[in-house]
Design a protein around this ligand. Structure first.
Ligand SMILES: [Zn+2]
Length: 443
């Protein structure tokens, strides 16, 4: 071939490749995938072989012996249409050329079948997993991939298409055709993972994230299951265990609870509740009615779960970072007694005020000793008896409310106890409202 020009360059490279190793249409086509548009690699490979056979045939006819021997060699390495030419020679000369079609040196002729079978299996699995979107992945480092890389490098071909890329596209297209489900590279319900070494296909359902709220109507219920030494549970019930019951209806392997902060186990969480995201790992069902799921996740009368929508993963991060203002109700007790004047003093003093808090002594074992500043917007109180009162506190998220009341031996300042000069104890604590507007603190 030898002369200049793009077409000769293409044909001479293809000839060089095919003289070196047997290649199926698809694997040959991939090596020249940057040439031609709207062609599959199989069409591209077959076109190159046809064109090459015509060029060589024409030369052989003109008496070029080298071209003739190339045709015989390519009957083995390129198969159709060289096999047809070789057969015509042997018929003509009444002898066997001895060249038989050899399996592809890159894929061993498995790719065409694998693409069809993998798409079929994946389509069935996606259907049974109730997936509405998917993405195709190919396990990297397969023998086919390595053989392809080596050949492209040996031939000095720079812009070939990798087998993984071709498979992702071809299998994806076929799945779409079979199921009507669209591939979606950003938000996908399942990953179809192809393994070219074992020629297997694995469909992995992605986690499901469900946004909702929890309301906790009982006390001594922790947010997460809390197991101490010897497997003894600190609290009989937790929000996490209550929610975990939904794994059954999603046929999921595991549940992870993500919540926007937490209240103490002995505090109730009332009002519309605290935002949460339920993460279901390896769910084999996805199309579950949330009304059914929230009934399953609740443990009446103590834990009520409301589920509003399926959300993307980023919402987990968003709710975890959320520190929204809240309204608390405290029932407090002072052995020195409490008067209406005391409560008026608190209402006057704790109006849009900054509170400095060092990490409470009760959590020092788990958390670093730091100082934080949180704002109290307003408080409102009333006496319940000679020694007890009810105080509503509207404050910034992240404030330790019990410490605001009793002062934590001066680690929280100012505190109700410090301002009144009286020992104060928190008897009951409830979160009444979880406010949505974190800037103004309006509920
Ligand atoms: Zn091949």
């Amino acid at each position: 071939m030898g002369s200049e020009g793009e077409e000769d360059e293409l044909l001479s490279k293809a000839l060089e490749a095919l003289l070196r190793v047997p290649l199926c249409d698809r694997c040959l086509g991939r090596l020249f995938a940057n040439l031609g548009r709207g062609l599959s690699n199989a069409e591209r490979g077959r076109s190159i072989k046809i064109l090459l056979s015509m060029v060589l045939h024409s030369r052989a006819k003109a008496g070029d012996e080298e071209a003739r021997s190339c045709i015989l060699k390519l009957a083995k390495n390129a198969c159709y249409p060289f096999t047809e030419l070789a057969r015509s020679y042997s018929r003509h000369e009444n002898k066997e050329t001895g060249e038989r079609c050899a399996p592809c040196a890159i894929c061993n002729n498995v790719l065409d079948r694998f693409i069809s079978e993998a798409a079929l299996i994946a389509a069935q699995k996606l259907g049974s997993l109730e997936s509405k979107s998917f993405v195709v992945g190919v396990k990297s480092g397969s023998d086919i991939e390595l053989r392809e890389q080596n050949l492209a490098m040996d031939l000095g071909i720079e812009h070939w298409e990798s087998v993984s890329r071709e498979l992702k596209r071809e299998v994806g297209k076929r799945i779409q055709l079979l199921t009507g489900i669209q591939p979606d590279f950003k938000h996908y319900d399942a990953v179809v993972l192809l393994d070219l070494d074992s020629l297997s296909v694995n469909v992995q359902p992605q986690p499901l994230y469900i946004l909702g709220n929890y309301v906790k109507l009982g006390r001594f219920i922790s947010q997460m299951e809390w197991v101490g030494e010897g497997g003894v549970k600190y609290y009989e019930l937790s929000i996490e265990e209550s929610c975990r019951k939904v794994t059954r209806i999603y046929n999921a392997e595991e549940l992870k609870l993500h919540a926007a902060g937490r209240e103490d186990a002995d505090a109730r969480m009332l009002g519309s509740g605290r935002p949460l995201v339920l993460e279901l790992k390896v769910p084999r069902r996805r199309a579950v009615n949330l009304k059914v799921a929230e009934v399953e996740a609740s443990t009446p009368p103590w834990v009520i779960i409301k589920l509003s929508s399926y959300v993307p993963y980023r919402v987990v991060q968003e709710i975890k970072e959320r520190t929204s203002p809240k309204v608390y109700r405290v029932i407090a007790y002072s052995p020195l007694g409490l008067t209406k004047d005391d409560l008026n003093t608190l209402e006057r003093k704790f109006k849009d005020i900054e509170i400095r808090q060092r990490t409470p002594r009760r959590v020092l074992r788990r958390r670093a000793d730091i100082e934080r500043v949180r704002r109290v917007y307003a408080v409102k109180g009333r006496t319940l008896g000679k020694y007890t009162c009810e105080i509503l506190i509207h404050c910034e998220g992240g404030l330790y409310v019990k410490e605001l009341v009793h002062g934590d031996e001066g680690r929280t300042s100012p505190s109700f106890s410090e301002v009144l000069g009286k020992e104060l104890h928190v008897l009951y604590l409830d979160v009444l409202t979880y406010c949505s507007d974190k800037v103004t603190g309006n509920c």
